[in-house]
Design a protein around this ligand. Sequence first.
Ligand SMILES: [Zn+2]
Length: 89
Amino acid sequence: MYEARYAKNGDLKHSDECKMAFGRKDHNCPRCLELLAGAPSRSGWQKDHYSRKAREEESYRKAIAEHFKPGGAHDQIMARGGVGTAFEW
Ligand SMILES: [Zn+2]
């Protein structure tokens, strides 16, 4: 039967017989040997979450700066007499 030896990201997988417990690596498992040789551990959800959050906050900051720059949307709205429509800001 086909046995997936690699995870989606290309790392080796722990073997089915891997006895790793509490971070103590199993010297008969290819992935444990890879980790012992210094391979980085997989990145969890936190890295993805915080990098996406930083990108989103950066784009909000840009949108706000764009809106309030001289001659931008804010100045045009104020020149027309101020906010008059729902969702105008
Ligand atoms: Zn292992």
